[in-house]
Structure formats: structure tokens, C-alpha cells
Design a protein around this ligand. Structure first.
Ligand SMILES: [Fe+2]
Length: 298
């Protein structure tokens, strides 16, 4: 039996008595039950390899494929193997990225509150970060419980939100951190078109409803742009109050995974003169939140 120690009563739990390098179906079933009850799971002192991380992640479903609009290096040389996102400030040779490197800018966008891959038609179900080297100062990851945020809204506030559909765009947050708009060629744009997502989700395993927000939101269909911005900003502020959030301080060997269907997260700034290296494995959800044949009647 794994041990489950709640870090917060309903949102974050620390999982012990498990060796992530040697998982079995039975142990995974216990982890999955905890994942469906809490939304963020923390494992300490589990220095798993890339292969072991991928194997663990794949228990949750299908690995996400991520077309990169910005080629990393000539020949697409990578610091880590294919199949995972490189969440580090290092280049393909393990050297610190320069200030103007596009990879640094793209990672900076992680510091806005978001949910992973909402800019894809089928967004992410689960993300798993592992820490290989951590920043001595800063670099925490903060999580927001979007179920608790929904539960706390008065009924009169909830009702008009049901059925709303928002547009999410990968490039919104990248432009916010200073990506050159001129660098978004039609080919790059075509790799990441803006997509619709529901604003309220229901969790398939536990039936709980949650707000589905991200800084990638550009508009809400059928709503005036200024009103939509106000609504999204107000809901984001509501959902990220201290009462609904948890901050994780990283240590080498930590494995943290979260349910993107009912949480938001953001990275915190850190000392960029020091190496910080993490890897993210991401599992796709089972399908789009808005049917493929949906079209907004203008
Ligand atoms: Fe993220």
C-alpha cells in the first residue's frame, strides 16, 4: 500500500512508500485513485530516468505530441530525449540560455497562470514535472484548485458561466513576454491555431465541476471583448486567492504531477544565473472539450 499524506485537506497530497522506478498496475491504481481525489501529487526522493518518467506518465494515457513552432536548434538538437518538454534554462549542450534565446522567452510564458495545452483542440490531462537541478532561490511552482474556486462561487455567479466557450491561443502569452510578432510566420501560426475550450468542466472520475481558465484565453465567443476580458481576469483573480492555492518548493528528485482538467499553475521567477533543470511529460486528454464539429455562429 502506498502512503497518502494530505498536504492540504482536498487538493495536494504527498505520496510515499512507492518506488516510481518499479511501478505495477496495482500500485498505479492506488496512485490514480489519489490523483482523482486530490489534483496535485508530490513524490520526494525519486530520481527517475527519462525512460522511467515516460513509463510512469504513460500509465495515465497517451503521451502528448507537441509541434514546436520555434525550431530549437539547427537539426533540432535537444538537451533531453524526445517525448518530453525541456523546462530548463539550459541549451542543447547544457549551457545557460542567453537572455534573448527564444527558448527562454517561451519558458517565461510559464510564469503566467495557465493550464497546460489549452491552446490545443485536445488539451492536456496530466502533466508530470521532475527536478534534476533546482534554483537556490525562487523557481517554485504554484497550483490553484479550480474545483474549490468553482464551489466557492455563489449560485447566481455560476449559472451564467455554464455553456460559455472561450478561445485559447498559444501566442497570447508568448507575445506577453516579448516574442517578436514578426517572427510568427503563417507556417508557425498554422502549427498552433487558436482553439475553443469550455469555460466550465466536469471531472469524469469524480463529477466535480471546475473553472477552466488559462492566460491563453483571448476571448469568449458571443461576448463583447472588453466584457470577456473583465470576466476572465475576475475569475482568474478569484481562483488564485491564497485559499485555493499551494506553492511547491522544489528539491532535486521531486516528482510532481497534476490534473490539468481541474487546476491551474504557474512557475515563479528564479535566479537565472544558476542552472535549473526539469523535464515535463504530458498526457493528452481523451478528446476535445468542445465537439470537433462545433462552429461559432457569428
Ligand atoms: Fe505549464
Amino acid at each position: 500500500m502506498i502512503s497518502i499524506k494530505p498536504v492540504t485537506p482536498e487538493f495536494v497530497a504527498e505520496i510515499g512508500d512507492v518506488d516510481l522506478a518499479r511501478l505495477t498496475d496495482a500500485v498505479f491504481a492506488e496512485i490514480e485513485a489519489a490523483f482523482n481525489r486530490y489534483a496535485v501529487l508530490v513524490f520526494h526522493r525519486q530520481p527517475i530516468s527519462e525512460e522511467q518518467q515516460l513509463a510512469f506518465a504513460k500509465y495515465f494515457g497517451e503521451l502528448e505530441f507537441s509541434p514546436q513552432p520555434f525550431v530549437q536548434t539547427p537539426g533540432d538538437k535537444r538537451r533531453i530525449g524526445v517525448g518530453m518538454q525541456d523546462i530548463s534554462n539550459l541549451d542543447e549542450n547544457g549551457k545557460l540560455l542567453t537572455h534573448t534565446d527564444n527558448r527562454r522567452l517561451i519558458n517565461l510564458a510559464n510564469q503566467f497562470w495557465h493550464t497546460d495545452s489549452t491552446f490545443k483542440r485536445t488539451p492536456a490531462k496530466m502533466s508530470m514535472l521532475t527536478a534534476q537541478s533546482v534554483s537556490p532561490t525562487g523557481g517554485e511552482t504554484e497550483f490553484a484548485d479550480m474545483r474549490a474556486a468553482w464551489d466557492a462561487l455563489p449560485a447566481a455567479r455560476r449559472e451564467p458561466l455554464e455553456g460559455l466557450i472561450a478561445e485559447h491561443d498559444y501566442f497570447r502569452t508568448r507575445l506577453m513576454v516579448g516574442l517578436d510578432p514578426e517572427s510568427i510566420s503563417p507556417e508557425r501560426r498554422a502549427l498552433r491555431p487558436a482553439v475553443p475550450q469550455v469555460l466550465i468542466r466536469t471531472h469524469p472520475a469524480n463529477g466535480r465541476k471546475s473553472l477552466y481558465l488559462a492566460s491563453h484565453i483571448t476571448k469568449i465567443y458571443g461576448m463583447d471583448d472588453a466584457a470577456a476580458r473583465r470576466l476572465v481576469d475576475e475569475l482568474t483573480e478569484h481562483a488564485t486567492q491564497p485559499a485555493f492555492t499551494y506553492q511547491h518548493h522544489w528539491a532535486v528528485g521531486d516528482v510532481v504531477l497534476w490534473d490539468n482538467r481541474c487546476t491551474m499553475h504557474r512557475g515563479r521567477p528564479f535566479d537565472e544565473s544558476q542552472p535549473r533543470a526539469m523535464r515535463r511529460a504530458t498526457i493528452s486528454d481523451v478528446g476535445p472539450t468542445v465537439p470537433e464539429n462545433w462552429h461559432h455562429a457569428a
